[in-house]
Design a protein around this ligand. Sequence first.
Ligand code: FAD
Ligand code: SF4
Ligand code: SF4
Length: 395
Amino acid sequence: MAVIVLKDKCRGCKKCIKVCPFEAIDMQGKVAVINEKCTACGQCIEACPFDAIENTSTGKEAADLSAYKDVWVFAEHRDGKLMGVTLELLGEGSRLAKELGVSVCAVVPGIDVAVMQDELFAYGAEKIIAIEDPLLEPFTTDAYTKVISDAVNEFKPEIVLFGATHIGRDLAPRIAARLNTGLTADCTKLEIDIENRRLLQTRPAFGGNLMATIVCPKTRPQMSTVRPGVMDKLEKDPGRKGEVVKYKTNLVAADVRTKVLEVVKSAKEHASLLDADIICSGGRGLGSTEGFKLIEQLADAVGGTVGASRAAVDNGWIDHSQQVGQTGTTVKPKVYIACGISGAIQHLAGMQTSDIIIAINKDPEAPIFEVADYGIVGDLYKVIPELISQWSQVA
Ligand code: FAD
Ligand code: SF4
Ligand code: SF4
């Protein structure tokens, strides 16, 4: 793809320079010249009042889009166990694939993919692209980037979805760059514009104050990372079966530039918030780090996991891995108990789809009560001990 200025048409008005986001246009005398920073985004073409800029590509790229089909889900796993977000993405991927009239496929790099096969089918995968190679264990960004990019080039999926986990956020941009396509990070909603077969990728922008919908009109595949806990899994059906396609890699040791010496698991796994049925979260209203002892007692009593607002994390009362919200973890437990949390939009972004929300706050006007199913107005230091005591009588 190359964008050029037609010298005989250029009048030197400099409008193209103003719109170029990449400082890719210089003036040489009275004529605009495009330099090597150009990404062929096309903004200058539309801005030029004299039709003096052209994209010299043949249009092959547009024609090639039709060669892409199927929705792929990157099947992230640890120790042979699939991550919850993979199952959620299979649910969402199935919905998108149905609208597009294509199949949903799980792409699984690893050393023993067969152990995950039944679960992938049970949660909606119609096809599995199994990529087995000894160099794929343990995970390295280099190895996974190469094999997934190669597989995409061979099979040409039109959409590829990743969980917005640590691995997904690391891997997806590398693959997108290698495939020279777009990536929308941290999506919370996906829809299809069926007329153009475009994926409408919605994510929070400007500190969560508005939702932006992003499309990738000119290249394929369309790639997104999606927050864990946002999409719905399909009902598990062990009777579902599908096709397994074995993809042979040409990975060599020299492709992997990093060496994993040791894997150290954090004492408090981030995933525990994602998997919890009940979350008891504390906010600034706790007043100090000591307050979290009370939250822990509540969590112990009800069999829950401790979460927190960012204010509590910023105060150093609890580790960031427990933060719920826009810049923390998005959770969807059966019960979410918010203690001394006001209900700022960035906190709500991470928990408002919980099945039941219980809020304890001394301020009856606190916004958390607008999303709460049950609200208790009062001092949490009086309410929580009473809740623990009541719970122990019924449990
Ligand atoms: P406050 O808003 O100070 O609320 C404390 C509440 O405790 C009050 O409602 C008060 O009435 C109540 N209270 C006080 N004492 C008691 C008591 N004894 N008993 C009962 N109630 C009591 N926040 C997040 O949580 N997660 C995020 O991921 C996140 N990301 C952000 C990203 C950006 C870009 C920005 C700008 C902000 C983000 N925030 C996030 C911060 C967010 O805007 C709020 O500042 C934060 O959520 C407030 O935390 P809080 O509710 O604990 O504190
Ligand atoms: Fe030339 Fe068009 Fe750029 Fe104006 S906008 S300087 S006419 S190329
Ligand atoms: Fe700049 Fe985009 Fe025009 Fe290239 S195509 S010169 S990057 S505005």
